[in-house]
Structures are given as structure tokens and as C-alpha cells.
Ligand binder design. Structure first.
Ligand code: IPE
Ligand code: IPE
Ligand code: MG
Length: 251
């Protein structure tokens, strides 16, 4: 049966700057291998790119940035790499949270803390808590995140809420995802040459523009990011309708 939400028009954004950018930060391992370095150093180098991208988001007026940091499938990697990734995230939280908080950044976590070492889980909870009052830029850290698992958790919550079958619509599902309350991503960037979503934001990505580059994540700088944003501004988003001659910026 059609729900009323299916009939509502989806309006394109009114400016050419995406409101929500989501990034699959890929290629740290290959970046390191090309330099004869251990993969963990590629992951460390990748954290420098994150700093630059957050600053560019604030400069451009992007309101939401989602970073894919660790997938539910990444547990399959050798445990020393998983441990290194956890240690790096701990260090980043210790090093950056105060500055982000002072800069008006709110940190949110997408995913669960199941199986995450307690000290790291506590750091993540604290970073989320201490920045909750900020709204200049929301940075979602997709950590121990998998979109299918997120959707399953959302459906379980909906079932537990006791909603009747005909009360369940797209808004209800969206409101029960980890991204509840946020606009869907306008632009998804993937680095390092792969062209797949790898279980990232499968529900929210329905009408996202996708932009891929061969550049490895540690080499992805502000100039590359601005290129992605400029290209987005020239795309024509149709949301299933017919071409209106309008571009993403409404011109
Ligand atoms: C992305 O880099 C970081 C994570 C998945 C945690 P990779 O570690 O996947 O790097 P490649 O793809 O092996 O080069
Ligand atoms: C996706 O990268 C996950 C993150 C960037 C955290 P992967 O390197 O894990 O993806 P696949 O395995 O190449 O699809
Ligand atoms: Mg990879």
C-alpha cells in the first residue's frame, strides 16, 4: 500500500554546496605498501587527511560530514591491524576532541560499540557527549558500522515500539537509523579507485551523487575535496523526475 510519504516530492537542495558529504576513506594500506611501510602507518597518515577535510567542510559551509572509519566486515582483518586501527582512533580522539568542540563541531557515532575495547568505547561515548551542544558541523564517525546491521537494528526497534504495520513508512525507518534526524548524504566520495559502497549508508544513499577518485586516502587533500564539491555542483539531480534544466544549485 502507498504511504503518504511516498507521494511527497523530494526537493533538490537550493545551493550548489552539498549539505551532507559522506566519505569512504579507502587506500591507506596501498598507500603504505607503495612506500614499503606497515599498513598501520597508512592508517596513521590517513588521520592527517581527516583534519584537512573537516576544516574544508567548515570553510565551505557543509553541515554534515560522515566518515567511514571501520566497517563491521573489517573485523575479518588480522587482529594486529584491527588493534592498530583502534589505537589510532583512540589517539585521534584524545588529540582532536577539544579543538573540535571549541570549533563548534558535534561528533556523532554511527554503528555499535559491541566488541569494541572498553577504553575506546568510553572515549567515543565521551567525545559524543562533550560535543552534543554544537551545530556548526556534525561529524558522524561510522565506526564498527555496517548498513545492513543498522537497518536490522532499526527494524527491531520499530517492531518493539509496537507500531501497526500500516504506520510503518520511510520516515519511521529513517528515524530509527543511527543517522536519525540528519539529511541523507548528497555526495558520497570514495577514494583509492574502488567503485562500491561496501555496506555504507545503503538506505541513506538512495539519491546520493557518487564521486570516485584513484587517489589514496592519505593523499586526499583539500584541493581534491574541493574538486569533488565543484563536480557535485555541476551535476543534475533528478530524483526520478524529468530533467527540469535545473542543476543541483537550482540555477
Ligand atoms: C581504508 O584503507 C581504512 C579501513 C578500511 C579501515 P584500507 O585499509 O582498506 O586500505 P587498502 O584498501 O587496503 O589500500
Ligand atoms: C570500506 O573499505 C570500509 C572503510 C573505509 C572503513 P574496505 O577496504 O573495507 O572495503 P572493501 O573490502 O575493499 O570493499
Ligand atoms: Mg580498502
Amino acid at each position: 500500500m502507498l504511504q503518504s510519504s511516498n507521494l511527497r516530492p523530494v526537493l533538490p537542495p537550493t545551493t550548489d554546496v552539498p549539505t551532507h558529504v559522506a566519505i569512504i576513506m579507502d587506500g591507506n594500506g596501498r598507500w603504505a605498501a607503495e612506500r614499503g611501510l606497515p599498513r598501520s602507518l597508512g592508517h596513521r597518515a590517513g588521520t592527517e587527511s581527516v583534519r584537512g577535510i573537516i576544516k574544508t567542510c567548515v570553510d565551505c559551509g557543509i553541515k554534515v560530514l560522515t566518515l567511514y572509519a571501520f566497517s563491521t566486515e573489517n573485523w575479518q582483518r588480522p587482529y594486529d591491524e584491527v588493534e592498530a586501527l583502534f589505537a589510532i582512533l583512540s589517539d585521534v580522539i584524545d588529540r582532536e576532541t577539544d579543538e573540535l568542540r571549541q570549533g563548534g563541531v558535534r561528533i556523532r557515532h554511527l554503528g555499535t560499540l559491541n566488541g569494541v575495547p572498553p577504553s575506546l568505547a568510553e572515549r567515543i561515548r565521551k567525545a559524543v557527549e562533550t560535543t552534543v551542544g554544537n551545530d556548526r558541523l556534525i561529524v558522524n564517525v561510522a565506526f564498527n558500522y555496517g548498513a545492513r546491521e543498522e537497518i536490522v537494528r532499526a527494524i527491531r526497534r520499530v517492531v518493539q515500539s509496537g507500531l501497526a504495520c500500516n504506520e510503518i513508512d520511510e520516515q519511521v525507518i529513517s528515524a530509527n537509523l543511527d543517522s536519525a534526524g540528519l539529511p541523507d548524504p548528497d555526495l558520497i566520495i570514495r577514494t583509492a579507485g574502488e567503485m562500491r559502497l561496501s555496506n555504507f549508508l545503503l538506505w541513506q544513499a538512495a539519491y546520493a551523487e557518487i564521486w570516485c577518485t584513484d587517489v589514496y586516502w592519505p593523499d586526499f587533500d583539500a584541493a581534491a575535496f574541493r574538486q569533488a564539491i565543484d563536480d557535485y555542483g555541476r551535476r543534475q539531480r533528478r530524483f526520478g523526475g524529468l530533467s527540469s534544466g535545473k542543476r543541483a544549485n537550482g540555477v
